[in-house]
Design a protein around this ligand. Structure first.
Ligand code: CP3
Length: 343
């Protein structure tokens, strides 16, 4: 079997064209996703139903011919498995009924065996693998310890993450205990997904970009490194921090094989500085897909020109597809990678 294009790019080999996929490529902008969501009874029910999860994972592969499928699931499911009681109420973001705040609550958290608590994740991966065309990669993922801690402590979305930052600064030993447990959970979860058939994995640190470089490097990066440790040598890993341009050196230093760039990062400069060491993914502004297909094509070609066919480039957005996106614009984006003969 030929190696998927995405894996060649993550190894920084020269490829005939850049591979392409999108964060949140399975989602509400697709009518076929909405149909499965309605039949299955909502987002969490879909995550826990391997047939439904596999089906929506495969939809964008069929529709657009992207080079990777990312498992339909969520970074918050491991926290639910630890007893925090996740809810998604219509019109709201995620919420936890039992957030973790006191020292006793942190110390009561236990890592768990993902094969026992999240068996539907492995089952969905096996089903996707069976339905995936040859040459298309399968991606697993997890939230990084800091982003999971943000949801665990705040109990949901937050602008300031004030509770989390209070814990970090005023009770460093409790913060470290929480990060340590989460790093173990994430490390096992990534390894479990690789064993169930994921070709590569993504570590999403959505909220790390709010930190200074110093706080990130000293208080957060060591735990991401710990989370990456069990999968080391098993499959390529990509790390992503939303709004993380200032953290780029530290993200590269985590030791993953690739770094996914936020759309505000200058990708040509990132290649100059780091392209010899890691693969770089990105990084069209997700809001650019709200323009016309012709404008999407213009902007994506400009991005590919800026990268200049350097090996180790994975074409993607700098964050997730917005739910208002016209699927025709995703098609135009994907087409730009397919028409490219890398230099
Ligand atoms: O296609 C894919 O990218 C795979 C599936 C995937 C989802 N969530 C599905 C989803 C992935 C990789 C995630 C990761 C995730 N989940 C992150 C990290 C990446 C990022 O976006 O920064 C975070 C922070 C979450 C937590 C989460 N899940 C939030 C904040 C929300 C609500 C936001 C929203 O768009 O409504 C979710 C729900 C969610 N996860 C949806 C999807 C498709 C929307 C659910 C729906 O209403 O159908």
């Amino acid at each position: 079997m030929s190696s998927p294009l995405l894996l060649s790019a993550l190894r920084r080999e020269r490829t005939p064209r850049p591979p392409v996929w999108l964060m949140r490529q399975a989602g509400r902008y697709l009518p076929e996703y909405q149909a499965v969501r309605q039949q299955t009874g909502g987002f969490l029910a879909m995550c826990r139903d391997p047939a439904a999860a596999a089906e929506v994972t495969l939809q964008p592969v069929r529709r657009f011919g992207v080079d990777a499928a990312i498992l339909f699931s969520d970074i918050l499911l491991p926290l639910d498995a630890m007893g925090l009681a996740l809810r998604f109420d219509e019109g709201h973001g995620p919420r936890f009924e039992k957030p973790v705040r006191s020292e006793a609550e942190v110390r009561a958290l236990r890592p768990f065996d993902p094969a026992e608590q999240l068996p539907y994740v492995g089952e969905a991966l096996r089903r996707v693998r069976a339905g995936l065309p040859e040459g298309t990669a399968l991606l697993g993922f997890a939230g990084a310890p800091f982003t999971l801690a943000a949801y665990a402590v705040e109990g949901g979305a937050s602008d300031s993450h004030a509770r989390l930052r209070q814990l970090m600064y005023r009770e460093p030993a409790v913060f470290d205990a929480l990060m340590d447990t989460l790093a173990t959970v994430v490390g096992w979860h990534l390894q479990y997904q690789i064993e169930a058939g994921a070709d590569a994995v993504v570590l999403f640190d959505t909220w790390a970009g709010g930190l200074t470089r110093e706080d990130y490097a000293q208080r957060v990066a060591p735990w991401s490194r710990k989370a990456l440790q069990p999968s080391s040598g098993l499959a390529p890993r990509l790390v992503f921090a939303r709004d993380g341009s200032h953290l780029l050196d530290d993200l590269v230093a985590l030791g993953a094989e690739g770094v996914a760039l936020d759309w505000r990062t200058d990708i040509a400069a990132a290649f100059e500085r780091h392209g010899g060491r890691v693969a770089l993914q990105g990084n069209l502004d997700p809001a650019a897909l709200l323009a016309t297909p012709a404008e999407v094509t213009r902007r994506t070609r400009a991005l590919l020109d800026a990268v200049g066919g350097r090996p180790g480039h994975v074409l993607a957005l700098g964050h997730g597809v917005l739910k208002e996106t016209d699927p025709e614009c995703v098609a135009a984006f994907v087409q730009c990678a397919k028409e490219r003969a890398a230099g």
